[in-house]
Unconditional design. Structure first.
Length: 348
């Protein structure tokens, strides 16, 4: 039973976020940045068109593997903008954001925008929360000892060495996203805008495969697809993993207030303007989770305000380098895997 004292504490904690929100709004950090997004979308569209034009011009050549790598980067950058559209950062109307998201997601990248938004919203509501955050329920990896204990057969073997297998498995992330997108769009589960999503996803997959198979030799076509999708998966995985992996995991019944839940489970990655571009602004994960609709270019300006507020309220604000963020994620995976290895030895 909750006491009156704890109720008062929860009300006080709830007001902390309201105070921070007022400061952020007063600083104008929630205002739309249409010019910024117009430039980014234009650059992605131009790069997309230019690379496919280069692809056609090169013809049957092993030099196309360099185009495959460059296209993977463009696909990922389109995905970052689609992420922002899903959070209503770009335009004021839902319709305009959804249009941008569907075109960039389904047509340019080949990922279902609607499926991804649904999954990502559940993640934002309960970050790093066992049983509620879909981003820590990712087979064949285990992020908690409970998940590890439930693994059997090959899954249990993967968990024991998952820290070593993490980056190799990311090479399959692009394929994983494509498969889940197709399942969501063409499956039995209800989905808004299904005809539009299915049509654009079909155009992407059909156009992509037709271009590769018509221009390249069979061996080159297979190599192109493998390299393109492997680099895309690795790029996306290396961009998203630093955000929460290795940070505290909450129980399903945690009673943290919104401010502390979002800050304590998120990690910022410092590295300057270049890293902001490479990671699509997701390196300011704490600010993004606190204010999901804040335009990406404003996150870096919100950082000192949020960090100072957390210091004043004795809330741990975790920020580190990109390399260290990966190391922390791997250390956590190794810890879970070593627990499984010890349990295996004990059973013997």
């Amino acid at each position: 039973m909750v006491t009156d004292t704890s109720l008062g504490a929860n009300r006080h904690r709830g007001s902390d976020y309201a105070d921070l929100s007022r400061q952020v709004r007063a600083a104008g950090l929630l205002e739309r940045r249409r010019g910024h997004y117009a430039v980014r979308i234009g650059l992605v569209a131009a790069s997309f068109a230019g690379l496919w034009a280069l692809f056609v011009r090169l013809g049957e050549s092993w030099c196309q593997l360099a185009v495959a790598v460059a296209l993977a980067v463009v696909f990922a950058q389109a995905g970052f903008i689609g992420h922002d559209a899903g959070h209503r950062q770009i335009a004021r109307s839902h319709r305009a954001n959804d249009l941008i998201g569907i075109v960039l997601g389904n047509l340019l990248t080949g990922f279902s925008y609607g499926w991804w938004v649904d999954k990502h919203n559940r993640h934002h509501a309960h970050p790093n929360t066992e049983g509620k955050d879909p981003d820590i329920t990712v087979a064949p990896l285990s992020f908690t000892t409970g998940q590890a204990r439930r693994q059997r057969g090959p899954g249990a073997l993967v968990v024991r060495y998952q820290a070593y297998l993490f980056f190799p498995l990311l090479l399959l992330e692009g394929l994983h996203l494509h498969v889940n997108s197709v399942r969501a769009v063409f499956g039995p589960r209800r989905m808004a805008r299904r005809p539009a999503e299915a049509g654009l996803l079909g155009l992407h997959l059909g156009g992509y495969l037709a271009a590769v198979l018509l221009v390249l030799s069979p061996a080159q076509a297979v190599a192109f697809i493998v390299v393109n999708q492997a680099v895309l998966g690795l790029y996306l995985g290396c961009s998203f993993a630093p955000n929460h992996k290795g940070m505290p995991i909450l129980g399903a019944e945690d009673n943290l207030d919104y401010l502390r839940r979002q800050v304590l489970t998120s990690r910022n990655v410092r590295g300057g303007a270049f890293l902001d571009i490479v990671l699509g602004g997701l390196n300011y994960q704490i600010e993004h989770h606190l204010f999901p609709s804040m335009p990406c270019p404003n996150l870096r300006h919100a950082r000192p305000l949020v960090r100072r507020f957390c210091t004043e309220h004795d809330i741990d604000y975790h920020e580190t380098s990109l390399g260290r963020s990966w190391a922390e994620a791997l250390r956590h995976l190794h810890h879970i895997g070593s627990h499984e290895r010890r349990a295996d030895v004990a059973e013997r």
